[in-house]
Design a protein. Sequence first.
Length: 383
Amino acid sequence: MSMRNTNFIFLLVFLTAFTLSANEAVNSEKLTKLYTPFTKISIPPGESMNFSIDLINNSDEKLTTDIFVSGLPRSWEYSLKSGNWTINQLSVLPAEKKSVSLNVKVPHQVNKGNYPFRVIAQGCDTLQLNINVSEQGSSKSEFTCDQINMQGNSKSTFTYNAVLRNQTSEEQLYALTAESPRGWTVNFKPDYKQATSVNVTANATKNVTIEVVPPATVAAGTYKIPLRASTSSTSAELTIEAVITGTYTVELTTPRGLLSSNLTAGENKQIELEVKNTGSAELKDIKLSASSPVDWSVTFQPAQIERLNAGESVRVIASVKASSKAIVGDYVTRMEAKTPEATSTAEFRISVKASLLAGWLGVFIIVIALGGVYFLFRKYGRR
């Protein structure tokens, strides 16, 4: 046989084998299919989706093929399972089908949009799938409050309603802290129960009530209080404001707190007073006045205090003069410190004593009376 005939026979055998192989592959692709009823799913970031996929063998022979996923972003997680087992190869008997479960987990930090990918049964079929991420994702946490500014006086309790949002893919235990000024009290109340930490499940929110109590002597002004909700992997911050309008209170007393004295009728006595600004706001134009018994007089030095800062005090001298006709006994003099915003009164009990001259005059009258009795007794006693 010539060389030309040999080559021709070899080429004919090769083409026949190739054609049969190609036909078998085409028939295999036609007879073997991957199927799922839901090929495009929309889900939000952080969620997982299960695709139930059937590998159908319509051929007359047992089919064994590798199965895998292609085209998913690297940060996405997925698993192919049959029952409780993770698989990467399937074997299907003739005229039967096998089901596999594809679980795809979408991360929280992902852009909104469509993400096409493929499930491939090697040499058999390719299934085109698509996941639509319905909103922009994030791996952050948020701590927000609709009303961050509150106003009141130093005796007010400021209440803020905040929302803590966990935008991560895992449950988080947040520690709740506040950088408040010295003397201030900040209480966190998730679900209306006081706590220093709170659990928030993945992609969920928690309502947190925040109560702020300022010190009683706080000065008027605006105070910023930074708040923080933090875990080992994420954190969120919120700054609230408390505007203190100030309280107006004044106290009139004496340096030792003693509200009683004594003097002699017709005499003048100086009583040392103390005017205190016990509020948190400055007091202006504090006027001093008194309500005293008839024919008594009370004057003050100074009679008016122009300015008194919060927490400060000033000494005032009250000159009290009792009536010369005052009889022995206790008298009440009512003194008052007053501003347009606040008033304080103090009632002084003043005991009036007899004068020395009146005492000696009384003694003299008694002596004269006794002498008269003695004279009458000597003159008329023997008759």
